[in-house]
Design a binder for this molecule. Structure first.
Ligand code: DC
Length: 220
């Protein structure tokens, strides 16, 4: 079968990561979690005291950043230079900071170049918010995965680490704020590409979503 670029966009908690990983395994494709890259920028900005409104600081940061995915026995890991930051980018504060820095053009431009470089070789699934609209407008298959607000909040809550102290209500509140930030920003807002296949994962298992996606891919 022809090797493709597949994009999966959608809001937080719609199941993009789990589905993308499962689909990549079925197709023997690579999988790129672009949200992790925004989280990586947020983590490095936060560690240096750079705030999301400091464009000059963010620009300097991006010019020296070295973010890369490394596949090892623990799975797909995100490295910033020589440090494995995979487990450090999933805290509630980095989650909110990632949403804030992702609205800044200087950060989006930096990651646009990086993401397109990663897409040079076909046979890859990109998961994010603007993969089908901005980064890979020519991708052969585009999905937009959504689910009800309640289902998304419960999924996010269940994904949190045992050390988490957030209640479900707090997770819901953060998710609402993030939905608003991500879909109302002027640059590359979260929205389906005109040619995206819309899938509502509320009430569907991961396998059911993957099978549905495979049935569309088969037609290409
Ligand atoms: O998918 P995630 O929750 O890990 O993403 C973290 C933030 O990064 C999200 O709030 C919006 C931003 N993001 C983006 O703007 N564009 C992408 N392609 C991926 C993520």
């Amino acid at each position: 079968m022809k090797r493709l670029v597949i994009t999966i966009d959608g809001p937080a908690g719609a199941g993009k990561t789990t589905v993308s990983q499962a689909l990549a395994e079925r197709l023997n494709y690579r999988y790129i979690d672009t949200g992790a890259l925004y989280r990586g920028v947020a983590y490095e900005a936060g560690s240096r005291g750079i705030t999301p409104d400091d464009d000059k600081g963010l620009e300097n940061l991006c010019s020296t950043l070295d973010l890369k995915f490394v596949s090892n026995k623990s799975g797909l890991r995100l490295f910033s230079r020589d440090s494995d930051i995979t487990d450090l980018i999933r805290t509630p504060s980095i989650t909110m900071l990632a949403s804030a820095v992702s609205a800044r053009p200087v950060v989006r431009n930096y990651l646009l170049g990086l993401q397109r470089k990663l897409g040079k070789e076909k046979g890859v699934i990109f998961e994010g918010r603007d993969m089908g609209t901005v980064v890979f407008p020519d991708a052969e298959v585009k999905f937009f995965l959504d689910a009800s607000r309640k289902a998304r909040a419960i999924r996010r809550y269940k994904e949190l680490k045992p050390s988490n102290t957030q209640t479900l209500q707090e997770v819901e509140k953060d998710m609402d704020q993030r939905d608003k930030n991500d879909s109302t920003r002027s640059l590359a807002p979260l929205k389906p590409a005109p040619d995206a296949i819309l899938i509502d994962s509320t009430g569907l298992s991961v396998d059911e979503v993957v099978e549905l996606m495979l049935s569309h891919i088969k037609d290409i």
